[in-house]
Each structure stands twice: as structure tokens, then as C-alpha cells.
Design a binder for this molecule. Sequence first.
Ligand code: CP
Ligand code: NVA
Length: 310
Amino acid sequence: MAVNMKGKSLIEINHLSLEEIYQIFDLSKTLKEKLITGEPHKLLEGKTLGMIFSKPSTRTRISFEAGIYQLGGMGMYFNQNDLQLKKSESVSDTAKVLSRYLNGIMIRTFDHQDVIDLAKFGSIPVINGLTDLHHPCQVLTDLFTVLEKRRVLKGLKLVYIGDGNNMAHSLLHGCSKVGMDITIASPSGYMPLKEIVEESKVNAKYMGSKIEITEDPVKAVSGADIIYTDVWASMGQEKEAAERRKKFIQYQVNKELVKNAKDDYIFMHCLPAHRGDEVTDEICDSPNSVIFDEAENRLHVQKAIMALVM
Ligand code: CP
Ligand code: NVA
């Protein structure tokens, strides 16, 4: 039976039930097929999505904007610098005002609390398009992409190599929710937040899957169905890039490292990739790589999310 998600905000994956996650995947598949066959699917005719960005974006901005248009609605882009938000107006007042104009808000920003507050004080759904803590739209898309490739999620092993950042956090939540084993290999001092690991362990226990956190990328990759990586310095950490490069050098996904994975492992990256740092060209462009399918699927999955919550 369909779960009613109308009005629901997407702040982090852990706020979604397994039924809601699969409902998003089912609708993503339908909308992808309709787009390919040219069948109209204007599920959000006349609706408006406000898109607030305080960090750069290629995939998130363009896939949300194209997506809302394909659904019959309209996207409005705002650079946070152009808004009164957090300068001369509180998040709560902005949330209340935007709720009088729009049908939904997508926001990419630094402080995760701002997304929580927008949803709390506004009366329209808020979709997290990346914060320092989480990137739920990306990970829902990644899981949908794995489902397309493997037909099943439960029981697969995903290994994330690199910084314990927003991607690691959302992957922990996402994989544990759907019963995938997840191993995170990060250098000491760059591990994912303990609180998020603990929340994911609760999910994993319920689903009968495993979570492993290690400093050893070689051991981690053993038996991997999916190898995932992300940049060593995220947006906002550019000044730390040189120092991080030294600490992360053994965490590069390259030909040597992937030898320990299953032969038919899938390589994933949320992009943008810093080729030559966290991953080599050879891996990015190998037949195992699905990085551009992931990027494409952002469109279909976010259309499903918007159609369900707006
Ligand atoms: N993966 C991702 O969110 O890409 P952008 O930063 O280009 O939006
Ligand atoms: N961890 C990266 C993800 C980019 C999609 C960042 O926050 O910059």
C-alpha cells in the first residue's frame, strides 16, 4: 500500500521508513521510463520549488531545475548571498515567508541545523540538497542505481573509502536502512561521527546487516560489491586540501586497491571527482564504473521525491 509522504521534508535518510524508500525507488523507475518513452508526467503542474544554494553545484542544481520543469512546475534559484537569510532575517522568519509563496524548498548549505529549522518553522516540505552532515538525495540515488544494476540491495557489501564526511554519513544511514553491509575506511581523525555510526548500527541490527569502521582500506575492500569514494576536501574545506592529501594518500581508489574487491564490483562516486587524488582515471573510466548513471539518476530520483512530498 502506498505511504502518504505529502508535506514530508527530506532532511536525512534516517527519517525515512523502508516503505518510503522503496516507494521513492518505484516512482523513480516509473518516471525514468516515462521520460524515456516521452509519456507526459506532469505531476506537479503549477507548483513552485525554491532552490537555495550557499555552495556551488552542477548536478543538484540542474537535475532539480530540469526535474521540476519536467513535472510541470517551476524552479527558482537563489544564491543565499542574495537573500536576507541569516544576514538580516532569521531562518524561522524566512521559512514562514517562503511558505506563503512556494510549494517546496530545496536547500544546499553548510549548517545542517538551518535545514532542520527551515522545515520546523515553515509549512512546506524542505529537501536537503547537501549539508556538511548529510547528502540524502545523492545516496537515495546511489541505492536506486545499485538496485538497477543488481536487482537487489539487501546482502550486498558497500565499501566507502575516504573522508568520514556527509557522503559517508548518508551512506551509513542508507545502506543500513536497506540491509546492505557497509564498511567505512577512513584515516584516524577523519572518521564518520560516532552518533551517526550508532544510529546506523541500530538499523543494521534490525535488518541483520553489518557495519564496520576501519583505518585499513586494503582489508576493507575485501569482497566488496560496491566501492565508493568522495573528495578528500569537501566544499568549505578547500584550505585543508594540501594537508588532507598527505593524510589520505593511501586511501586512493586505484587498480591495486580494487584487486581485493569482487571481479564485478561497481565503482561509485557522487562527483565532482578530483581525479588523481581519491580515484584514478583508470578506475573512473573502467567498465566497473557507474558514475554517470548515478549522475543521471539524480534527475529521476529527485523527481520522485518532489512528486511524493510536494
Ligand atoms: N553530487 C553532487 O551533489 O554534485 P553537485 O555538487 O554538482 O551538485
Ligand atoms: N563531500 C562533498 C560532496 C559533494 C557532492 C562535499 O560536500 O563537497
